[in-house]
Design a protein around this ligand. Structure first.
Ligand code: ZN
Length: 501
C-alpha cells in the first residue's frame, strides 16, 4: 500500500509541477511580460494546462485510487493519507466525468465569448454578446448534467468552487441576509454620507506600497516565502508552499486601492503559507474553497484592517508617512472615510454593507438563467429591476449593469459568485470563534499585535489545506452549521456606531 501511495503522490506531484509552471507563466504575463509575448504565452499556458489535465485524468490515477481505497477505509477520516485519497478521488471524478470533447468545445466557445465581451462592454452593447451567453448557458447545463443526481442544476457547478454547498441552502441563507441588509442600507443611505475626500489626495506610490507591506509583515505574511508586485488587477498566486505571491494596483489619487487590496491579498496568501508543508504538491496543498479563501482575505481586510482598534494603532503611523495629507484630518474623519457606505453600481468598489447585495443579485440571476425561468434577452431588465429594489439605483447603461463582471463571459454560468458572500459570512463566524477562545484579540489588534489571531487561524483553518470542506471546517470549529448571526451582529455593531440605525 505504501508503495502504491508513493506512486500516486509521484503522479500528483508531476501534475502539480505542470499547474504551478502555468501559474508562473500567468504571474509573469500580468506583472512583467512585454505586449509582444501575449500570443505565444497564451499557447504555452494552454499546452501546460492540457498536459496537466491529461496526466491527472489518466486511468492509471483511477486504478491507483481504487487499489488504495481499502487502505483509506481502514484509516480515520481526518488521517492525512485517508484525506489525500478522498480529496484526490473527488477531484478525479470531477475531472473525468466531463467528456474531453465537451470541455474542449466549451473552452473554444469561452475564448470567443471573452473576446466579444471585451468589445461589448466599452461599446455598451449587450446584444452582440447575448447569443454567446445563450450558448454558454447551454454548455453550463450540459456540464452540470455530467453529474446526475443533483437537486438543482447549479449544484454541480457550485460544487466546483464551494464543495458541499447547494443552491437551496445558499438561497435560503442569502434570502435571510438580504432581508436584514436592505433596511440597514436604507437607514444608512438616508443619512449624511461620510466625507472621504482625505483619501483622495496625492499619495506617493512607493510610500503607499511601503506602508501596506509594513502592515502585512506584522500580520504574519512571510516575505521569505512571498513577494508583492504590481499588476492591473490584484491577485494571489502560488508556485509552491514556499512561494506564495501577491500583486496590487496603486492609484496615486486613491489611498484605498493599494492599501486595502494589499491587506485583502495578504489574507489569501497567509492562508496558503499556513498549510501543512507535507501537503505541498498534492490536492490537499491548497485552500479548501472559494468561500473559505474569501473569508480569510475579508477577515484581514475588513474585520481587522478597517476596524477602529486597528487604526488607533496605525493612524499615527499613516500620519507620519503622509503628514501633509493627514495632519489636519482627525482620527474620526479618517475612520469614517475608510468605512463610507454608499449606493454604488460597481461590485468591486462596493463597501462592506452593500457588497453582498451586488453578489446576491448575480447569484439569483444565474440560478434563474440555468433553470430557464429567465431568458438571456430579459437579463438586462431583470438586472436593473434588482438594483432598483435592493440598492435603490439604476445603471445608466449595460456596461455598468449586466456587462460589468467578466465571470459570465469567461467561463460557465453558475458557481462563480456565491463564494464572495459566503466568505464574508464566514469571516465573522471565524473571527467571533477566535475571539471567544482568546478574548484579548481585539486589544492585541489595537496594539498592532496579530500573532494570537494568526496562530488560531493557522491551527484551525490554514494548516488543514483542503482536508476538510467548508461545512466540515465550520462543524469542527464552531460545532454547528453556517449562520449569518455573527456577521449581522458585526455589521450592526460597527455601522450602528458610525450611522445611528
Ligand atoms: Zn479575494
Amino acid at each position: 500500500m505504501k508503495q502504491k501511495l508513493q506512486e500516486l503522490k509521484q503522479l500528483l506531484l508531476e501534475v502539480d509541477d505542470l499547474q504551478m509552471a502555468t501559474a508562473v507563466l500567468y504571474w509573469d504575463q500580468t506583472t512583467n511580460m512585454p505586449p509582444g509575448g501575449a500570443a505565444a504565452r497564451g499557447r504555452q499556458a494552454a499546452t501546460l494546462t492540457r498536459l496537466a489535465h491529461e496526466k491527472f485524468t489518466d486511468p492509471a490515477v483511477g486504478k491507483l485510487l481504487d487499489a488504495l481505497q481499502p487502505y483509506a477505509d481502514s484509516l480515520p477520516y481526518e488521517d492525512d493519507d485517508a484525506s489525500l485519497i478522498r480529496v484526490t478521488r473527488r477531484q478525479y471524478e470531477k475531472s473525468t466525468k466531463i467528456p474531453a470533447q465537451l470541455l474542449s468545445d466549451f473552452y473554444t466557445h469561452s475564448a470567443a465569448t471573452y473576446q466579444v465581451w471585451t468589445k461589448a462592454r466599452p461599446a455598451n452593447d449587450f446584444t452582440v454578446v447575448a447569443p454567446y451567453l445563450e450558448k454558454t448557458i447551454d454548455f453550463s447545463r450540459r456540464i452540470a448534467d455530467c453529474f446526475p443526481g443533483y437537486d438543482h442544476i447549479a449544484d454541480p457547478l457550485i460544487d466546483f468552487n464551494d464543495e458541499g454547498m447547494k443552491a437551496a441552502t445558499i438561497r435560503a441563507i442569502f434570502a435571510d441576509l438580504r432581508q436584514q441588509l436592505v433596511p440597514i442600507v436604507q437607514a444608512i443611505t438616508a443619512q449624511e454620507p461620510a466625507d472621504a475626500s482625505c483619501l483622495h489626495q496625492s499619495f506617493d506610490e512607493n510610500k503607499q506600497l511601503a506602508f501596506g507591506q509594513e502592515i502585512i509583515k506584522q500580520y504574519g505574511y512571510d516575505l521569505e516565502r512571498g513577494r508583492q508586485d504590481k499588476s492591473p488587477h490584484p491577485f494571489t498566486t502560488k508556485f509552491n508552499l514556499g512561494d506564495v505571491r501577491i500583486t496590487t494596483r496603486v492609484k496615486q489619487n486613491d489611498l484605498n486601492e493599494a492599501l486595502f487590496s494589499t491587506l485583502h491579498e495578504a489574507g489569501h496568501a497567509m492562508y496558503e503559507q499556513g498549510i501543512n508543508r507535507d501537503f505541498d504538491g498534492t490536492p490537499l496543498g491548497t485552500g479548501t474553497s472559494a468561500g473559505v479563501h474569501e473569508s480569510q482575505s475579508r477577515l484581514w481586510e475588513n474585520l481587522v484592517g478597517r476596524s477602529r482598534g486597528f487604526w488607533q494603532h496605525y493612524y499615527p503611523k499613516l500620519q507620519a508617512a503622509f503628514p501633509q495629507q493627514f495632519n489636519d484630518a482627525s482620527f474620526d474623519t479618517f475612520y469614517q472615510a475608510i468605512n463610507k457606505v454608499s449606493r454604488s453600481l460597481i461590485r468591486t468598489d462596493a463597501d462592506e454593507v452593500t457588497y453582498n447585495l451586488h453578489v446576491m443579485i448575480r447569484f439569483d440571476l444565474e440560478l434563474q438563467l440555468l433553470e430557464g425561468t429567465l431568458a438571456v434577452k430579459d437579463l438586462p431588465e431583470a438586472w436593473h429591476g434588482r438594483y432598483q429594489s435592493d440598492l435603490g439605483i439604476h445603471a445608466p447603461n449595460d456596461s455598468d449593469g449586466v456587462l460589468q463582471d467578466v465571470h459570465w463571459y469567461d467561463g460557465w454560468v453558475g458557481g462563480g459568485f456565491q463564494g464572495y458572500t459566503l466568505g464574508n459570512i464566514m469571516s465573522a463566524l471565524f473571527f467571533d470563534t477566535a475571539v471567544q477562545a482568546h478574548p484579548d484579540i481585539p486589544n492585541q489588534i489595537s496594539r498592532g499585535q496579530f500573532s494570537t489571531l494568526h496562530g488560531w487561524l493557522k491551527d484551525n483553518i490554514y494548516q488543514h489545506g483542503s482536508k476538510f470542506t467548508a461545512n466540515e471546517l465550520i462543524q469542527r470549529i464552531t460545532g454547528g452549521t453556517l449562520t449569518i448571526d455573527p456577521y449581522i451582529r458585526y455589521l450592526r455593531n460597527k455601522f450602528g456606531e458610525l450611522y445611528p440605525l
